[in-house]
Write a protein that binds this ligand. Structure first.
Ligand SMILES: [Zn+2]
Length: 670
């Protein structure tokens, strides 16, 4: 029996070592964390049961991978250890009980609670307030010298302000914000470059570039969460939380969600509240960390081999899981884009059952090398649709089937076209295609467009399936009697819907432009177009150069607008809509604004690469924001471009949020 146990342990060690290497050294994991954790737990349990069989070099004994040869090695003066995990409230309660017993106290313990950011851990060393070294965690004892790379991270201060200790080592996490990550991968897919499996790998991979110019182009963000080495003479508060506030005063970014609570109940409430908001955060987290807040008590508690006794990470449900692809559907979007969607054996990912995941496009299918029947890793994070991130080729069954990309639209049989140099294939059917028509009308009726109350997706689908609606203008021709014949539609609700449709006949130019669903013309761009052109005819007549005078309109968007208004069936749709819909034109149109950012004040500094500061200003103002010239406590956020100077330092010292150009686009896009 021991024979098979030791065999299994060896097998687990080999697997874990391989996954470790993929994860830490190549930034390219082939299995999700949850699978790694399962195997790790299995090995740990076997080792506890059979301590005599434990290998001294077992992966349970170390934290990460060895540094690659290319970077200089940095010895951590104080080891960067990892944390123990709790996967349930019971495991957390057991931890808390151990803490109380060890401290031999009946008093309530105060915990500092932090979201557990899923990025790359780094150490920053400041001497006399100047950043002199940045290092990766590596195996916890020694890491890689990535000084040049961390210097490129926007919110890492190169110089601290105030009464700073002579030597100060700050530790924290480098993350790639979710929106920036999605855009980065989207671009990489278009250019056929390396696509990262998740934001953590993107952050780690970006930090480990030998050329810091590449790192500088990656939208990375740093959050400090602890101190390492610190000159002995320095007096610091006993509370870990207060020490983080001190770091903030010196100019280091500290996550805003960090707070202290009393007792197990407080920790549990914190866990629930962060879990509930997980999908709305702009960065990946895989749990929350609880630390005994008193540093004196931390010292009393000490360490065990791998981890401190005074802290624990309570994990959230994993955002990546393995499952099997049972088939592929091809969906047709509003602009005709054909998206291959993998049908899956249902699997719980991050607390939600997932049975479909996007495969993006034909190139992506090829890149992944995925086949029907394959075991794949699925990722679901934030409000982004679940996606297939990798194929576990080791687990490929004998019989798999190639994925055939269709040549004709599965809905209307029109030809599918793929424009040279574009990753996306499109149905050429336009509004003839029922799938495109449904999506176009859903968009037309949506909240930020014409905002037709009560015209839900189900009703739109029924209207299109009955062929009552060939273009959005037909909505205004529907009678109450017709509507009342739809399933589950009483005469009262038919009347309400009819009135709701009628009510949108008076609208604004900005809403009208947005409702047309022109490719890449979002709410902010529609506003900017309305403000600039003041009336529809001027917009329709504008050429590409004239369009590019509008803030946030580049060559690509201008091209989409020109082609939209050149299409004869679009001209017809617009003409028909104008029979029913009107809006104030001329100067009045410029007051057409969204109030999405009303009450927020921004300051813009530094050089932006995709727009001028004036353009950024009017784009923000078009959404109701104020743009001020100096930073104060009332500032909502600082927009910092290249070479930002004193305003950035001031904003950091006030603890304001800093938006880089990526984040600004994200804000304007919504
Ligand atoms: Zn079609």
């Amino acid at each position: 029996m021991n024979q098979s146990v030791s065999q299994r342990m060896q097998e687990l060690e080999e697997l874990l070592n391989r996954y470790n290497k993929e994860y830490y050294e190549n930034d390219e994991p082939s299995v999700p964390d949850a699978e790694y954790d399962r195997l790790f737990h299995e090995l740990k349990a076997l080792e506890t049961e059979h301590p005599d069989l434990r290998n001294a070099s077992s992966p349970t004994m170390k934290v990460g991978g060895k540094p690659l040869g290319q970077f200089k090695t940095v010895q951590h003066e104080v080891p960067m250890l990892s944390l123990d995990n709790a996967f349930s409230v019971e495991e957390f309660e057991a931890f808390s009980k151990r803490v109380e017993q060890r401290l031999d106290t009946n008093q309530t313990v105060t915990f500092c609670c932090e979201p557990k950011l899923d990025g790359a851990a780094v150490s920053l060393l400041y001497e006399n307030g100047l950043l002199v070294r940045g290092a990766t965690r590596g195996d916890g004892q020694s890491g890689e010298d990535i000084t040049e790379n961390v210097k490129t991270i926007r919110n890492v201060p190169l110089k601290l302000s105030g009464d700073v200790p002579e030597r100060l080592e700050v530790r924290g996490e480098v993350v790639m914000p979710l929106g920036a990550f999605e855009r980065f991968n989207e671009q990489a897919r278009l250019r056929d470059e390396k696509v990262f499996a998740n934001p953590r790998n993107a952050a780690a991979g970006s930090l480990r570039q030998l050329d810091s110019k590449i790192t500088a182009k990656r939208p990375l963000h740093f959050y400090a969460y602890s101190l390492g080495v610190i000159s002995e003479t320095t007096q610091l508060p006993d509370s870990h939380y207060m020490r983080l506030q001190q770091l903030k005063d010196w100019g280091l970014p500290v996550n805003i969600e960090i707070k202290t609570v009393e007792s197990v109940q407080g920790c549990d409430d914190y866990y629930e509240s962060i879990l509930a908001r997980r999908d709305s955060l702009n960065y990946d987290i895989d749990g929350v960390v609880f630390k005994v807040d008193s540093v004196r008590l931390q010292q009393d508690l000490g360490f065990v081999a791998r981890a401190p006794r005074w802290a624990i990470a309570r994990k959230f449900p994993a955002q990546e899981q393995l499952t099997t692809i049972t088939g592929v559907d091809f969906q047709v979007g509003r602009t005709g884009a054909i998206t291959p969607v993998a049908r899956l054996e249902p699997v719980n990912v991050g607390g939600v059952t997932v049975s479909n995941a996007t495969l993006h496009n034909a190139d992506e299918i090829e890149r992944l090398g995925v086949r029907i029947g394959d075991c794949v890793s699925i990722r679901r994070a934030g409000d982004v649709i679940p996606q297939v991130v990798s194929v576990v080729k080791d687990k490929r069954p004998e019989k798999t089937e190639a994925i055939e990309f269709p040549l004709h639209c599965p809905i209307c049989q029109s030809d599918i076209e793929r424009v040279e140099g574009e990753a996306v294939a499109r149905c050429t059917g336009g509004l003839y295609c029922a799938a495109q028509r449904k999506e176009a009308i859903k968009h037309f009726a949506s909240r930020k467009a014409m905002d037709i109350d009560g015209l839900g997706d189900k009703i739109v689908e029924q209207l299109v399936e009955r062929d009552w609606i060939k273009s959005p203008a037909d909505l205004y021709r529907l009678s109450k009697a017709e509507l009342a014949t739809l399933p589950r539609m009483g005469s009262k609700s038919a009347e309400n819907l009819r009135n709701a449709i009628k009510a949108t006949q008076e609208t604004t130019l900005a809403r009208f432009i947005y409702s047309l669903g022109i490719r890449e013309v979002g709410e902010a761009t529609a506003n900017a177009l309305a403000n600039h052109f003041k009336n529809l005819d001027a917009l329709v007549a504008a050429n590409s150069e004239q369009l590019q005078e509008v803030p946030d309109v580049g060559a690509v968007v201008a091209h989409h607008i020109v082609s939209f208004f050149q299409e004869s069936h679009n001209q017809q749709v617009v003409a028909e809509l104008r029979e029913f819909i009107s809006w104030p034109e001329g100067e009045d149109a410029s007051s057409v604004q969204s109030d999405r950012l009303t009450g927020n004040t921004y300051v813009i500094t530094g050089t932006l690469s995709t727009m001028t500061r004036d353009e950024a200003k009017s784009a923000l103002e078009a959404l109701g924001a104020k743009v001020a010239s100096s930073v104060s406590k009332k500032t909502t956020a600082l927009v910092a471009g290249e070479n930002a100077g004193s305003k950035l330092t001031k904003a950091q010292s006030l603890g304001l949020s800093i938006l880089d150009e990526e984040a600004l686009h994200e804000l304007l896009k919504d």
